[in-house]
Design a protein around this ligand. Sequence first.
Ligand code: MG
Ligand code: ZN
Length: 269
Amino acid sequence: MSGIVVIFDFDKTIIDIDSDNWVVDELGATDLFNQLLPTMPWNSVMDKMMNELHSQGKSIEDIEEVLKRIPIHPRVVPTIKAAHALGCDLRVLSDANMFYIETILKHYGILECFSEINTNPGFVDEEGKLRIMPYHDFHTFSHGCNLCPPNMCKGKIIERIQATLATQGKKRIVYLGDGAGDFCPSLKLVEYDYMMPRKDFPVWDLICKNRELVKAEVHEWTDGEDLERVLLQLIMTIISIVDENTNQLFDCKFETIGHEMLPKPVYVP
Ligand SMILES: [Mg+2]
Ligand SMILES: [Zn+2]
C-alpha cells in the first residue's frame, strides 16, 4: 500500500453531472421534482420521486439503463484504475445513493477499485421500487453540523475515517470534490493532506473565501483530464516522499526535500 487514501465525491467529480437530476430529467419527472424541492430535504424528495416513477410504470431496469449512460469524462475511469494500481486506498463519499453509485461503478468495471462507499442507502424493495434513505436518520437525531444537509455531514464521516486510519500508521488523505457539501470535510483535513476542489464550483468558492481555515494543501482541477494530471502527479510525489523517508530514517532534510518535489500548489486567494 502507498499510504495514500483518495476520497472521491461522486456527482460532478467521478461523473460529470448530478446523478439525481440526470435520472429525474431522463425519466421525464423534472416538473414534479421542482415542485417538491422547496417542501422537504433533497434526499427525501428523491425517495418520493422514486415512488412516483414506480407508480408511473418505470422499472428498476429503466433506472439502470438511464444510469449506465450518465455522462462521465473519458479520463476518469483510467485515472481511478491507475490510482488503484499505484496502491492507493480509494473510497467514495457521496450524498447520492448506493444504488446509483454501485450501478455506475460496476458498469465501468471499477467497483472493485474502491474499499468503501459512504453514501445514503439505496435499495430495491419487495415491490421492485427503489428506496432512498438518509445516511443519518435525522428524524431521530441531528448530526449537529450547520454546514451540511440534515441527512449527511461529510465532515463527520471524514472524522470516522481519520480515526480508523490513525491506528494504521501515517496516511495522507487526498480529497476530491465540487459541491458545498465538500467544504465541511475539507476543514477536517490536516497539514499533510491534500484538497482537490473543482475550479469555479461551490467548494472552490468556499475555500477561496475561507483560505485560512483549510490546513491541507489545495490543488484545483477543472475537468477529467485535469483531474488525471493533478491527482496522478500528487500520488507520484507523495510516493516518492514516503520512499525517501523510509530509506533515510531520521533525515532532517525531509521537509525540504518534500516541498521541492511537490507540484506547485495552487494558493487560491
Ligand atoms: Mg459533487
Ligand atoms: Zn458537516
